[in-house]
Design a protein around this ligand. Sequence first.
Ligand SMILES: [Zn+2]
Length: 478
Amino acid sequence: MADQLPSRSENFSEWYNTIVQKADLADYGAAKGTMIIKPYGYALWENIQAYLDKRFKKHGAKNAFFPTFIPSSFIEKEKDHVEGFAPNLWLVTAGGGEVLEEAYAVRPTSETTINNTVGKWIQSYRDLPLLLNLWNSCFRYEMRTRLFLRTSEFLWQEGHTFHATWDEADEYARAILFDAYQDFYVNAAAMPVIAGRKSEKEKFPGADITYTLEGLMGDGRALQSCTSHNLGHNFAKSFDIRYLNKNNELAYVASTSWGLSTRSIGGIVMTHGDDKGLLMPPRLAPTQIVIVPIYRKEEEAARVLEAANKIKNDLDDYRVELDAREGLTPGFKYNDWEMRGVPIRLEIGPKDIEKNQVVLVRRDTGEKKFVPIAHLLDEVKTMLNHIHDTLYARAKKFQDDNTFIVDSYDEFKERTAGEGGAGFLMAHWCGDRACEEAIQKETHATIRVIPFDYETEKGKCIRCGNESRGRVVFAKAY
Ligand SMILES: [Zn+2]
């Protein structure tokens, strides 16, 4: 089975497309640009949801639902917003056989419809902060589709919060970035990320500041892994959302929005996978342990399966699958589950039963360990944590090995030449948008993130030679 996969190092893109479908994460939908998420992929998304939802709630956000259809006039109310989303907008122009008087935009994101509504909810400072989160899907017209990375409809969460002051909004946007998103990537997905903000060119249309986490994928391309926006007073002014403050004066609210999507699944695949297939980070893995019963003769089957079932019950706290499929060799099953990236394989046969032991095999290192059944729970717990740590350390080493300090535009062009990724390029930039656009045109690299520790070192812009206040992170990106 493994030999049917394209090589990850030789053809990353084909490897990705093959593994996403072969491991039953997703498939293409019938309508062009759409995606079907299969149960194995959806279980991964549910685990991502569960992890994040808890953290959003800890920060006071409450879940709600807003309609998919948005009067198209709403989208036009915020100038930058409409410009930013126009090229990807889907419109519904007819319903019930009649042409609609006003077309509906199919939610590309919900800022406009939420701002239109919450104006009625927010009257005084006592109504603030208002903290909402939506789990839904959104729709962006796409010419070129890649499963999880770019589809016309994708699943995500979008948070929308409203605060008394700009500073409070800013603090909240940063808190979500660090306490929810960065915590999720590091401690659940085992993915190192660089935190910071976007340039004016790359920020969200309608935001004052866009905060971001950027990851580096296995082919050296960057993936924007989530964003958190301080929208300042922009939407409040467009939708006239004012409240009576403590001095009994009318003031504009400040707002945030923040989102993480099923793109994160693409990120997990591209960060951890290898030539054998997927490699699921243990804390999110739909199946953490697969039990493969081993027997040669039919008369052994009942006894082995009984023991395997008992172990499955003992491991109740974990997500466990017992592969009791008949007529398949253990070797076939090993390859199949390795391809699906299950972190631990547990083998049990007649000899193990006699010795009161099982065999544990790690997906990340291939390491095999005989474990007495009496110690199984402790061993599984430790092993899953070790696998998480190993995956994170590997990904961090890859990121470090592929992060380059670049001080000449010749080297910059050399590193970004060709089809593949270029890693993270730490280079000085003057802060001028025209210069940023020229760099993109000439090299296909964009500024992914202006790190929080920017402005620790002055220098000269890589392209124009003007003063630079610090290094920013360039990359070729998904
Ligand atoms: Zn410049």
